[in-house]
Design a protein around this ligand. Structure first.
Ligand SMILES: CC(C)(COP(=O)(O)OP(=O)(O)OC[C@H]1O[C@@H](n2cnc3c(N)ncnc32)[C@H](O)[C@@H]1OP(=O)(O)O)[C@@H](O)C(=O)NCCC(=O)NCCS
Length: 381
């Protein structure tokens, strides 16, 4: 079997593979998918496994921006990993994922994330559990009560606001020193903001995207850079409380909205887990943000069967990281899964007890302080 880029001529076969993998989807969704995929085929972000001319598997590397401690970097968001039923269980998916990782590096992405439908295949190529999309269920009336003290100007938004949304995300996630949230590029945002089923509102420093598919309102994402905007947008969603009794909302685990609720005792939270992988150790560490006042000087050895691994000295101070390859055998021993989880803020105590980290423990506390994070995502793909 060969691995090569998917071309426009292969799209019907990819759609057929998706039908055999995820079940049937409405014609309108297929058309939207084509519109989103066609323009990016030339960018090397869709690869397939072919048995002669027959498509056996496919995967997409979406180009995201992801924030780590408030600093943005390009991230390969893996989607549409599919192997035809007749080819499953023979290592095709694993081969495809190894090619995806190499392609991500070639495209300049040092980190990658995905929402797994099943964990073992991704773990076997170095992805590890890192964060979640947190979906809370709240009474709509509780949100309506979060009123602002002053009036904030709100307007409807649409495709023409795509660039403004991206710039707003840079400002808000940067200022909040957020870890985990991701953004599509402007072109993809333009497509999303044209979805007729969504309600979209924008202020000077925030936006909300929500929909009403059944009895409950669903908040896709709400981002706010000030308390007044936060109150305005959540109470706007809650203003539907005379008809919709519940709101399901994708939020950060420390979302400030939760601290504005009058009552917050038992809240149902559904976690949809995502996995994360460092593709290029040196670049990923150098692109990440860190707490300004923390310093860490550690030697880490990373075992990575797909990328080769190595030993590096990590010097983190003043909010930035520098990386140098070293030959010293001493240091912390990590699988690439362990390094990826550490990067996402999973504490060394957890990594050691789950077999993802071993060796010299003198750097553990410094590494924990440097990489501390509570990663989340508002978006799902
Ligand atoms: C998941 C999928 C891509 C795996 O492809 P594949 O070619 O069968 O994978 P491989 O043969 O390389 O197997 C890799 C590992 O995944 C495991 N795996 C495969 N399918 C699995 C499933 N349905 N449930 C749990 N584990 C599974 C295999 O057991 C193997 O692990 P092991 O070596 O520890 O036994 C394929 O089954 C598929 O397309 N499924 C439907 C769509 C889907 O779920 N895609 C993933 C979206 S995130």
């Amino acid at each position: 079997m060969d691995i090569r880029d998917v071309t426009p001529d292969d799209l019907d076969d990819v759609l057929d593979l998706r039908r055999r993998s995820f079940g049937p989807s409405p014609e309108a969704d297929k058309e939207r998918w084509r519109q989103a995929v066609l323009p990016v085929l030339g960018e090397g972000r869709y690869i397939g496994v072919f048995d002669g001319s027959r498509l056996a598997g496919a995967a997409r590397l979406r180009g995201f921006t992801q924030w780590w401690h408030g600093r943005p970097q390009p991230m390969a968001g893996i989607a549409g990993v599919t192997v035809g039923p007749e080819d499953r269980g023979r290592g095709v998916g694993t081969r495809l994922m190894r090619a995806v990782i190499r392609r991500g590096v070639a495209l300049g992405d040092a980190v990658s994330a995905l929402y797994p439908a099943t964990t073992p295949i991704y773990r076997s190529v170095g992805y590890e559990h890192a964060g979640a999309q947190h979906v809370v269920t709240l009474p709509a009336e509780a949100l309506r009560a979060i009123r602002p003290a002053t009036e904030v100007k709100v307007r409807r938004m649409g495709p023409a606001d795509a660039a403004e949304v991206v710039s707003l995300l840079h400002r808000v996630h940067g200022a909040a020193r957020a870890s985990g949230p991701a953004s599509w590029d402007v072109d993809t945002w333009r497509l999303w903001l044209g979805n007729p089923d969504d309600f979209l509102y924008l202020t000077e420093d925030g936006y909300v995207i929500y929909r009403w598919p059944g009895a409950d309102i669903e908040v896709d994402s709400l981002v706010a850079g000030s308390e007044e905007t936060l109150r305005t947008l959540w109470s706007l969603v809650g203003s539907g409380s005379s008809v919709a009794k519940q709101v399901l909302a994708s939020v950060a685990p420390d979302d400030p909205m939760l601290w504005l609720l009058r009552e917050w005792t038992r809240v149902e939270v559904r976690q949809v887990r995502w996995m994360f992988r460092v593709l290029d150790v040196a670049t990923a560490v150098e692109r990440r943000g860190y707490p300004e006042h923390v310093s860490c000087d550690a030697v880490v050895s990373v075992a990575d069967a797909v990328r080769g691994g190595g030993t590096w000295r990590l010097e983190i101070s003043g909010g930035s990281g520098a990386v140098t390859p070293v030959t010293s055998p001493d240091g912390v021993q990590l699988s690439v899964n362990g390094l990826s989880a550490l990067y996402a803020g999973i504490p060394s105590a957890t990594l050691r007890l789950s077999g993802l980290m071993s060796g010299d423990d003198r750097y553990d506390e410094a590494l924990d302080s440097a990489f501390a994070a509570k990663p989340y995502m508002l978006e799902h793909w």
